[in-house]
Design a protein around this ligand. Structure first.
Ligand SMILES: Nc1ncnc2c1ncn2[C@@H]1O[C@H](COP(=O)(O)OP(=O)(O)OP(=O)(O)O)[C@@H](O)[C@H]1O
Length: 646
């Protein structure tokens, strides 16, 4: 019993309190205004029942007195008052909806900002790689854009309950006065029991969806892949349409099966039981009122009052469309957002000092604007992703001297991108430390540090915005100048292409927009490179390119890197590639294998050593001579090569 009570408290009361706590976001004038409206709109039907019952009771004497008699005039007055109440309700109901929608917009707006803060506010990306956190986030945000079930709609729905319950109390008082207070109490209990059956069923049913999160995720994925533009080419060329369509149907069936079963279990028998209880009590109260009338204990007005009140009260035992569905799903969304916030904090804390070996965060320091002036260093850095026992970096020692270009090479999966994620503080090392001019990076605010670094990731983002925005996103904190954007585009070798677009730099880089244009993979990479060069112009001191040229073939990549090394001479830059033959012009080359640095030196030094670099360099050079690239793919001469050589 105790556990059932606790679970009811947790699932019914605590989330409602969470919704009530959102009300201030709408502003008190709106909250008070809507509360008053809900109460008035709730009480008007009771007033209508009262007045129409008086009309019924007044008819015999008015008919007897005839038109013009005081009884007739009384009947007309009361009738007009009833009509006035009816009209007022008709006018106030849409107003109530409109004010509710204003509350919904205000609350949802505040909550959206909270969700954005919760997701973008984490320093690292570990929470967004954690499946539990992602599931909670998707459950929360799914309802934010839903016009009917959002948390804001839940706030309005919660206040609307006041109107419904005050109405129930009104009918109960009427029954108490005309019949008996026992009948009134029985009626209230019957309505609440029936309500509990319906509303509690909805609560249990809505959680049924969380039992099938995995199937739902899979169904959504399959639908988006099958019907979205990203895989449209492969769907057709590989003939995958049938396969995806079958798997999608299976996933939807697997998702809906348990939900339908839950629905039947939750609703069928309880519905019959609660309906029976409601009907028996209502019939009992009606019979008792009827018997009082037959015995002459109550008059016509009281009889009409009793019958109307019982029937109207019983109708309050069902769903409240303006309240029940929004509160249920809105509450779930708010609880899910809370769960995401808690999980994100937990993951961040876990990553910050996983083994408890890193010690306290050093006292905060600010970097000199020109940092790094000497070097960036990885000192015995170890790292493994949360949820995996594998150490991707295992005691890595690496020096990136200021003002020089260091190339990091290693086979696929060696940990090169992971190293960049640590350098940009998207993840924290499990052990060891990274220093900038001798200062532990943990002592520096991550946002401050990131202004010193510009990175082009392998999977850089192709923003569906103007070419100018795509480039200037490299340094949004700095005031944009057209000349700097053009300069970056020119250095990246994309100026002519952009100038040739319909609206030049203002052209949206997507055909989804009017006047927009699509770029090729290689052209996009140049836009991304322009983004990083723009950041450099705006004051970034460290430039990292994580295989930004993978869409270019091996010769074009080598030519590009050569030009890049020239362009960024004097900048602390890091070039990452799994193509050993592409980075020979870097000042220093570091070979990473098994989570450690295994070789380092200049191209000539490393060749002379005859180690991993020399072996893989020669292997890839042989493949290249045979017309294959580093991955063994046949090299086709293309425009990029000509462009890159230019
Ligand atoms: N978010 C993640 N969660 C768990 N494991 C990951 C994650 N990202 C990468 N890994 C694993 O870490 C290892 C190193 O990956 P990383 O991307 O750093 O390699 P890489 O050297 O950059 O490879 P490539 O040349 O293919 O880009 C791989 O085994 C990869 O599967």
């Amino acid at each position: 019993m105790r556990t059932r009570l606790t679970s009811w408290w947790q699932s019914a009361v605590v989330p409602r309190r969470g919704i009530a706590q959102l009300l201030p976001a709408a502003g008190w004038p709106l909250v008070v205004g809507l509360t008053v409206l809900d109460l008035v709109v709730g009480l008007l039907p009771v007033a209508f029942v009262l007045l129409t019952s008086v009309v019924v009771g007044a008819v015999p004497s008015a008919v007897e007195g005839g038109s013009g008699s005081p009884e007739w005039a009384h009947l007309v007055r009361v009738f007009l008052a009833a009509a006035g109440v009816f009209l007022l309700r008709q006018v106030l109901a849409p107003l109530q909806t409109a004010v509710g929608v204003r509350m919904q917009r205000a609350v949802d707006g505040a909550l959206r900002e909270r969700a954005i803060r919760a997701t973008l506010g984490t320093v690292g990306i570990a929470p967004l790689e954690d499946q539990r956190a992602l599931d909670a986030l998707s459950e929360a945000t799914r309802e934010f854009d839903n016009d009917f079930h959002s948390p804001g709609a839940a706030c309005a729905g919660l206040l609307a309950l006041l109107g419904r319950y005050v109405q129930l109390v009104g009918y109960a008082v009427v029954v108490g006065v005309v019949a008996s207070w026992w009948a009134a109490a029985a009626l209230v209990v019957a309505v609440l029991v029936f309500r509990y059956g319906q509303r509690g069923g909805l609560r249990r049913y809505s959680t049924a969806w969380s039992l099938v999160t995995g199937h739902r995720r899979r169904a959504t994925y399959l639908r988006e892949v099958a019907m979205g533009p990203a895989a449209a080419k492969e769907m057709r060329v590989f003939g995958l349409a049938g396969w995806f369509s079958d798997r999608y149907t299976e996933a939807v069936t697997a998702m809906l099966g348990p939900v339908t079963e839950q629905r039947r279990r939750i609703y069928f028998a309880p519905y019959l039981l609660y309906t029976a209880i409601g009907l028996v009590v209502a019939a009992g109260v009606l019979v008792s009122i009827g018997r009082s009338a037959a015995a002459g204990d109550i008059g016509l007005t009281a009889l009409a009052l009793g019958i109307q009140s019982v029937v109207a009260a019983i109708a309050l035992g069902g769903y409240y469309p303006e309240s029940d569905v929004p509160t249920q799903y809105g509450m779930q969304a708010v609880s899910a957002l809370r769960a995401f916030e808690a999980r994100a904090a937990e993951v961040e804390a876990a990553e910050e000092d996983r083994d408890g070996t890193r010690g306290a965060v050093p006292e905060r320091v600010h970097l000199a604007p020109e940092a790094p002036a000497a070097a960036l260093r990885f000192e015995g850095v170890t790292f493994g992703y949360l949820g995996s026992d594998r150490r991707v970096l295992d005691g890595l020692d690496l020096e990136l001297p200021a003002g020089l270009c260091t190339a990091i090479v290693g086979v696929n999966g060696a940990g090169k991108t992971t190293l960049v994620k640590l350098l940009t503080r998207l993840h924290e090392p499990t052990g060891g430390r990274i220093t900038v001019d001798g200062t532990d990076l943990r002592a520096v605010d991550a946002h401050e540090w990131r202004r010193h670094v510009s990175v082009i990731f392998q999977d850089f983002v192709r923003y569906e915005l103007s070419a100018a925005d795509n480039i200037a996103f490299g340094a949004v904190a700095t005031a944009r100048t057209d000349a700097a954007v053009r300069d970056a585009a020119e250095k990246a070798g994309i100026l002519d292409v952009v100038d040739g677009l319909p609206s030049g730099f203002e052209t949206p880089l997507s055909r989804s927009y009017e006047g927009g244009a699509d770029l090729s993979g290689g052209q996009w990479q140049r836009i991304a490179i322009a983004r990083s060069l723009y950041a450099l112009g705006a004051g970034a001191r460290v430039l990292v390119l994580d295989e930004p040229t993978s869409a270019l073939d091996v010769r074009a990549e080598a030519a590009f890197f050569e030009r890049f090394v020239e362009l960024t001479r004097g900048v602390t830059s890091v070039l990452i590639s799994h193509r050993f033959s592409s980075v020979r012009h870097a000042d220093r080359i570091v070979v990473v294998d098994g989570g450690r640095v295994v070789e380092q030196g200049t191209h000539d030094e490393l060749l002379a050593t005859g180690g991993t670099y020399a072996r893989l360099f020669h292997l890839q050079a042989e493949r290249f001579a045979a017309g294959l690239d580093a991955d063994g793919n046949r090299i086709e001469p293309d425009d990029e090569l000509t462009e890159a050589r230019a």
